[in-house]
Write a protein that binds this ligand. Sequence first.
Ligand code: SIN
Ligand code: FE
Length: 292
Amino acid sequence: MERIVSLPIGQWNESCSPHRQQQALESLENARVLFLPQLDFVFSQTEQKFLTPAWSNGTRKNISYNAATGKILGVRGDPESRRALAALLRRYADCTQMLMHNLLGQYRSALLRARTSYRPMQIKGRASSATRDDTRLHPDAFPSRPTGGKRIIRVFCNVNPHGAGRDWRIGEAFEPFAGRFMPRIKPPLPGSRELLYLLRVTRTPRTLYDHYMLALHNTGKMDESYQKTSIQDSVSFPARSVWICFTDEVLHAVDAGQYLLEQTYLLPVAEMQSPEKSPLRVLERITKRKLT
Ligand code: SIN
Ligand code: FE
């Protein structure tokens, strides 16, 4: 079945017909990737200077912005440039919010805006430990920011100024992936999630769901044979295009690309049209217990 669903949306504030909205919602909830080849995010003349990896201070994978506080992390440079980059990320956050509200009206009142990121580093050849290595197929799960069962939706925009695509692979469906790895995963040790919270490894205590999702993320990435032999399709998202998916469900890996904007949203499972399709419900069916 085709994993990529192309939509002819050309403006961040474009209003979408009820039919288009229903199509988008169903596609997302069926683990498709919405691809918006006509949508672009333009850097102004003065913002062009941010198109170099030199703005990253090397302390984290990506430059990260919190639209709620205005704080930007992982960036170097003079205060004025940092403010200008924060303003660019703020504009991206606002553009994606308009798009999400217009395209996914049914989620509108429930969507929670999380971090915005800017990824100016070349992916290919970048060194990293296995569990942090996004060139390995994985569903997203955050080590320090448990979602407590909420869905993760991400809006990506390839802003590469040289026309380079962002090369992804998309793996098998979540249910067979989870069915394959869950038997190898142990429940958390008693008290361990509380301890991680007390030690400030996590912002909030992990639920059982967060424990299993992170373990699936790590176990899947560390399985070399799975990485090599599992079903996967290559897709290159062209420069100046946008794509959206539930990254907690769609197994993905990135092989190459440079200069990406990304906005994360969280969605409570109860707000889905078909909550039974969520990773939370899939894992609850497998473990036969409530996980949040
Ligand atoms: C990821 O979310 O695993 C990486 C996606 C990307 O940077 O293209
Ligand atoms: Fe990821």
